[in-house]
Ligand binder design. Structure first.
Ligand code: GTR
Length: 410
């Protein structure tokens, strides 16, 4: 009994560096047949192997974009933010009958010479929460129903509730557009047996939930962001070749996976993404597979659950997810007090993705330990910082992302 309770969900998270197990990471530059990867062409082959492992064992495979995918600009206001920006709301319809759609909220700087680079990512609580702007259409939030009840929808979160996480004016002043989607428009963030998100649109006859290697909620979100890119390619204000996909925490996991499945994204930014994001899983520091699969059984594909307490048996680790961005720039941010997300493990995934960037003649990041707090490193194609403070995304984080984007997207 003792032995049993020592493992598993009841176990306290490990925050002691000396208790991190010894581990060997899968080599991103070694083909499954044992051959070493030296050239870009060879990496492209290796990339397919790694992508397939993440697809079938971790996040789950998503379908092709629907043939009926279409867009409509619902609202446009050229005098937003004291005339500094144009606000648009664009519906992305996943089905012909327009029953299933997500709304992209975007701000584009009015002071611009042609198409601009953009940051794009999911929000937690609805489009209307990212700013006090009274003209943003309120998202229908989709929160877990109380026992036996209905989904909690309108009026759940106040306008501007998440404004500290979205420094829209700062981004506009720096010449960037900013766009966001409420994740619940794509798939609500609770275990609903995959009945209320986009998955049912693709079920085969008789299918009631995704197969073991098919998309969980994180993959559905990434798929939604990828569908948005189809719209950005049609929007003349946006330089669709310069879109950075960004996300905090569960959305940071999603941002990395989006950049992996859709190479049209020019950059990915992971903020405090932790387990299933940038953190090295084999370290089992903070959140583990068992914990994440217990708290959020809907996030990953069913196959992923077989790795609970067996992180070392998964054929990939998260440095390879970071490496799937190569040669495109990627930024990993941690917060010093956010031990649940394992800052050191997030740093190390950048370090261990670096050899892949070197195949392209690019620098990544080096070292055994993360740099000091508030001392970002961003000389190469991989950027990293650990901010003082807790699990959050704030102005400091964004300021670093802008500096990094200035180097790569301008
Ligand atoms: C936590 C979860 C993390 C992270 C976080 C968030 O509860 O365990 O993996 O995703 O939520 O999204 O804020």
């Amino acid at each position: 009994l003792l032995a049993l309770s020592a493992v598993g969900y009841a176990q306290q998270p490990n925050y002691d560096e000396s208790k991190v197990p010894a581990y060997t990471l899968p080599n991103p530059l070694k083909m499954e047949n044992g051959k070493a990867v030296v050239t870009k062409e060879e990496w492209n082959e290796r990339r397919k192997e790694i992508l397939q492992l993440f697809e079938t064992q971790v996040y789950g495979k998503a379908p092709a974009h629907p043939k009926d995918l279409h867009f409509k600009v619902l609202k446009e206001d050229r005098y937003a933010i004291n005339n500094m920006a144009t606000r648009k709301e664009v519906a992305v319809y996943f089905s012909k009958d327009e029953k299933h759609y997500m709304t992209i909220l975007m701000y584009v700087p009015n002071k611009r010479n042609g198409a601009v680079p953009m940051f794009f990512g999911l929000n937690f609580k609805g489009n209307h929460t990212v700013s006090d702007d009274p003209n943003i259409t309120e998202s229908i939030t989709r929160m877990k129903p109380k026992e036996g009840g209905k989904e909690i929808q309108m009026g759940t979160f106040k306008r501007g509730a998440e404004a500290s996480r979205w420094p829209i004016e700062m981004l506009i002043a720096n010449g960037y557009a900013i766009a966001t989607v409420y994740r619940g428009d794509i798939d609500p963030d609770y275990d609903d047996g995959y009945q209320n998100g986009v998955q049912p649109l693709f079920y085969q006859k008789g299918q009631t939930k995704p197969a073991a290697d098919e998309w969980g909620t994180l993959a559905a979100w990434a798929w939604g962001l990828s569908c948005a890119m189809d719209y950005f390619e049609t929007d003349e204000d946006i330089d669709s070749k310069k879109v950075a996909v960004i996300g905090h925490s569960r959305h940071g996991k999603t941002a990395l996976w989006t950049g992996a499945i859709d190479q049209r994204f020019a950059m990915a930014i992971s903020n405090d993404s932790g387990c299933g994001g940038a953190a090295i899983s084999r370290r089992k520091f903070g959140e583990t597979f068992r914990k994440i699969n217990t708290l959020f059984p809907h996030w990953f594909c069913e196959n992923f659950k077989q790795y609970n307490d067996r992180e070392e048996h998964l054929a990939v680790d998260q440095h390879q997810l970071v490496a799937l961005m190569a040669p495109r720039p990627v930024y990993i941010a941690s917060a010093a007090e956010d031990l649940w997300a394992d800052p050191k493990g997030e740093f190390l995934s950048g370090v261990h993705a670096t050899p892949v960037y070197e195949v392209f003649g690019l620098d990544g990041i080096k070292g055994v330990d993360a740099p000091k707090v508030n001392e970002p490193i961003m000389n190469g194609a991989i950027g990293y910082h650990v901010r003082s403070g807790n699990h959050d995304i704030n102005l400091y984080d964004w300021q670093q992302f802008v500096k990094f984007a200035d180097k790569h997207l301008k």
